[in-house]
Ligand binder design. Structure first.
Ligand code: URA
Length: 238
């Protein structure tokens, strides 16, 4: 059980600075279990707590774990320069509570992107030591060939890498479509591996991370959802 004052609770959930949260409470904009609480010093048990702020309900969450179906023309960088940032697709509270993408997808890559404000979770998911497979669907400019697949499985040398990088699995899904599974997350890795193998990636989509598939989440491009513990347990090698 964790008891916190109402202003701290609101701040922890990303409703703004402590001062602003106090003003929301003073103004009667915050209710708990249907009852307005206008004393910011009121202490509440956060377990299972639902806050109503501006008549919208928010379940208290110590951390948030989010899956987004990232559309094209959205940047994952903290300071987006040419396209809107990925946080623009989420409620403003998530920016205040420092939700970040777990790894990055290129601005033109679509598909499954995890986001969280839990540092150890972000670190664990990004660690190469955990060998978490990421499943990509890559459209190729030149037709897929057995030689291309053999190169990607055997390893291709990228300019700034000390050793060749290989796909864990590589399956032809169409004349110009490959399913590529990688365990690393190097910069532009799929695109650079395809280029190093003499082809060109014309479109890229991440279909799954570990055993969590985007298809199972049923999110339209731009939509997001919270991930529960059972879904997070799928974010591991098969
Ligand atoms: N590999 C790439 O080239 N781009 C991505 O966005 C992800 C993996």
């Amino acid at each position: 059980m964790s008891k916190l004052s109402l202003d701290r609770i609101l701040q922890s959930q990303g409703f703004g600075t402590r001062k602003y949260c106090r003003s929301l409470i003073d103004d009667g904009e915050v209710a708990v279990n249907g009852e307005v609480i206008d004393d910011y010093r009121a202490t509440l048990d956060t377990e299972g707590l639902t806050l109503t702020v501006f008549e919208e309900d928010w379940l208290y969450r110590e951390h948030v774990y989010i899956a987004l179906n990232k559309p094209a023309n959205i940047e994952c960088s903290r300071k987006p320069s040419h396209h809107p940032g990925v946080l623009s697709l989420l409620p403003e509270q998530f920016s205040w509570r420092d939700v970040q993408p777990v790894g990055r997808l290129d601005h033109d890559t679509t598909g499954l992107l995890l986001m969280s404000d839990d540092g150890p979770f972000i670190h664990a998911q990004s660690s190469p030591k955990r060998h978490i497979p990421k499943i990509y669907e890559a459209s190729t400019e030149e037709a897929v060939s057995p030689a291309l697949i053999a190169q990607l499985l055997g390893g291709v040398q990228l300019h700034d890498e000390p050793a060749p990088l290989a796909a864990v699995s590589c399956i032809e899904r169409g004349e110009h479509l490959l399913e590529i599974v990688l365990e690393q997350g190097k910069y532009h890795q799929v695109k650079r591996m395809l280029a190093a193998a003499g082809n060109h990636c014309s479109a890229l989509h991440r279909a799954a991370i570990g055993r969590l598939t985007l298809a199972a989440l049923d999110l339209a491009p731009g939509q997001w959802c919270y991930l529960d513990q059972a879904q997070r347990d799928l974010l591991v090698p098969a």
